[in-house]
Design a protein around this ligand. Structure first.
Ligand code: G6P
Length: 620
């Protein structure tokens, strides 16, 4: 949550900061601000609202300089006002900081600082850190007036960080050390872009694309001192760190909108390719299995596991539910799917024979990271299924599988879901083939997986039909999403998509479970979306549809072409391609993503930046 950028070099800093914030806006868009040092003064421009509004302010009141920091906020402490926007000045303007994370002991620190005479202008926890920084700076200046200013500033930063409890990715500039940025992380990500006589800082690599390909990922408890001619990274307790420079392989085209009006729509339409990329080089026809290289466990070791725990949040958790069904069906491995926010504080019986996977698009979700660390702390190898290369979870996991879906910018996750399901199918095939799954069964699964990009392409043909249906249903305020077996997680995901971007109340349920409660909601004003493609228990789901119709509930059905019975009962049918049951989530998710997209548009919602949400939730 919250996006941070920083720059020191010879470019005009405001342009980089604003463009960088624009690219990080998916992390939070309650307010934005930048601070620039020039002529020995720190100047700040900040504003509640989107980065666009900040850009307007900067146009009216420009900031010139070659060193600066910026922030786009997802509010935790304090409302979304100009005053609560970052950057925050400390002391009498001698320090300025931007911060991502939560300072848990802000209240007691604030009281101590007020007693020392510091005056607060915001309700944020960040301003506490800014004043504390100013306080330690003034103390250190008294004690060490002869040493280089940068050393004093670094000490002030370290002393401040020693007193903070919670999480931070933090960037600081000092008025009296005007060529330096100091940044540090503990729990919130920061990546440094290394240029020629210039350095960039950001919460993730997207602002760096087009600026530099060389990056260093700051690790927890590391602090970096940057100026135009160099960078020094130190671990706060163990000392100097030799930076490992990695190469970014993203290209700017991935983060351009192209001809699409929204990232969400672009990403929905990218799914034939993203699913193909998730499988690329990972199918072994000869052995009828998947090739999964990065698990860092031998086949022999993998065979010793007798249970799987999948942990995740949000949409990734829904993908995990599909994974549970796949792993149990293909590999006969008992699988549990845990909300990471629960797992991290529970004490579940995870034994040496339990394989734990964290599923995450961003690789930065605070709860997922904490759950993974908790499992690792107890000595269990924890693997990840992750999209963002070099993200904290990808780096800290003991092994893992990348999605290769490319950057997902729309806050509502779409292509990451189908890529996660694809990777989980590969995993289930791989683990299944080293257990009881037969060669012909493996061959059949591979054949069907290979067809999926084409099938998703076919599923996308429903676009116009979904648009029509959206017009008919956009005014309803409650929806039920119902499906069974592999389509139960799809129902949950469809409901989540609608909630997230249209602010319509929606509930996903196993279709048969509906009669134990949600059926009480059914009336003419509550449409039900049934996911009812062909399959073993389709007749049962059809009976559930009848139950809804009998209570005058409008029914939208996702069904295969020519399904007369569904056509007879449903008010509106959306056609999905006929695929094996275990691959149905990959095609059935598509119309539901489009349905929520169009309903949100019709209701005038901002689909790429839904209210109160953020793409990457780096706070608890
Ligand atoms: C946020 C996003 C969701 C996402 C969830 C988990 O809530 O808005 O779209 O599913 O975080 O994110 P992750 O990056 O761990 O998959």
């Amino acid at each position: 949550m919250c996006g941070i950028v920083g720059y020191v070099g010879s470019r005009s800093v405001s342009e980089f900061l604003l463009e960088g914030l624009h690219r990080l806006e998916y992390r939070g868009y309650d307010s934005a601000g930048i601070a620039v040092i020039s002529d020995g003064e720190i100047s700040v421009r900040k504003k509640a609202g989107r980065v666009m509004e900040l850009a307007r302010l900067v146009e009216e009141q420009p900031l010139f300089g070659n060193i600066g920091i910026g922030h786009t906020r997802w509010a935790t402490h304090g409302e979304t006002t100009d005053a609560n926007s970052h950057p925050h000045l400390g002391g009498n303007g001698e320090v300025v900081i931007v911060h991502n994370g939560v300072i848990e002991n802000h209240d007691s620190l604030r009281n101590q600082l007020i007693a020392l005479g510091y005056v607060f202008h915001s309700q944020t926890d960040t301003e506490v850190a800014a004043h504390l920084m100013a306080h330690h700076l003034s103390e250190q200046l008294k004690l060490n007036s002869d040493e280089p200013c940068v050393d004093t500033c670094l000490r002030a930063v370290n002393l401040t960080l020693d007193r903070l409890k919670g999480t931070y990715g933090i960037c600081v500039m000092f008025r009296d050390c005007p060529d330096t940025i100091i940044a540090a992380r503990s729990g919130s990500p920061l990546v440094i872009g290394v240029g020629k006589n210039e350095y960039f800082l950001a919460s993730d690599s997207s602002p760096l694309i087009g600026c530099t390909q060389d990056v260093v990922y700051l690790a927890d408890n590391e602090v970096v001192v940057l100026n135009a001619t160099g960078m020094k990274i130190a671990h706060r307790t163990t000392g100097r760190v030799q930076p490992s420079i990695q190469t970014l392989d993203q290209v700017s085209a991935d983060i351009d909108l192209g001809n699409y009006p929204h990232y969400m729509l672009k990403e929905i339409f990218e799914q034939p390719t993203s699913v193909e990329n998730a499988m690329r080089g990972r199918l072994d026809e000869g052995e009828a299995t998947a090739v999964i290289g990065g698990l860092n466990l031998t086949a022999q070791q993998l065979r010793t596991f007798d249970r799987v725990v999948l942990t995740a949040c949000g949409t990734s958790w829904h993908a995990g539910l599909v994974g549970e069904y796949l792993l149990e069906e293909f590999a006969r491995l008992p699988t549990e799917v845990e909300y990471a926010s629960e797992l991290r504080y529970r004490n579940p019986p995870i034994s040496d024979r339990t394989l734990v996977f964290s599923i995450t698009q961003s690789g930065e979700t605070a709860d997922t990271l904490a759950a993974m660390r908790e499992c690792q702390r107890k000595g269990h190898p924890t693997l990840s299924i992750c999209n963002v290369v070099g993200s904290t979870i990808a780096r800290e996991a003991d092994g893992g599988i990348y999605l290769h879906a490319g950057p997902e910018i729309g806050v509502a996750s779409t292509k990451a879901f189908t890529s996660q399901v694809t990777v989980l199918s590969l995993l289930a095939l791989y683990l299944g083939r080293m257990r009881h799954l037969s060669y012909p069964a493996g061959k059949r699964i591979i054949k069907q997986l290979r067809e999926m990009p084409e099938k998703i392409e076919e599923a996308l043909k429903c676009h116009e039909r979904v648009q029509e249906i959206s017009e008919k249903y956009a005014h309803f305020n409650n929806f039920l999403y119902l499906g069974r077996l592999y389509n139960f997680p799809v129902a949950l995901e469809g409901a989540l998509k609608l909630k997230e971007i249209s602010y319509i109340h929606a509930e996903g349920y196993p279709a048969a479970e509906m009669k134990h409660g949600p059926i009480a909601l059914v009336d003419e004003q509550t449409p039900s979306v049934f996911i009812v493609p062909k399959g073993g228990i389709q007749p049962k789901v059809i009976s559930n549809m009848e139950e809804v119709k009998a209570r005058r509930g409008p029914v939208i059905a996702l069904a295969c072409e020519g399904d007369k019975e569904v056509e007879r009962i449903a008010d509106d049918v959306i056609i999905v391609p006929d695929v094996e049951e275990y691959l149905q989530p990959l095609v059935c998710a598509i119309p539901l993503q489009l349905l929520s997209y169009h309903i949100a548009l019709l209701r005038g919602c901002n689909v790429d930046r839904p209210r109160n949400l953020a793409k990457s939730v780096t706070v608890e």
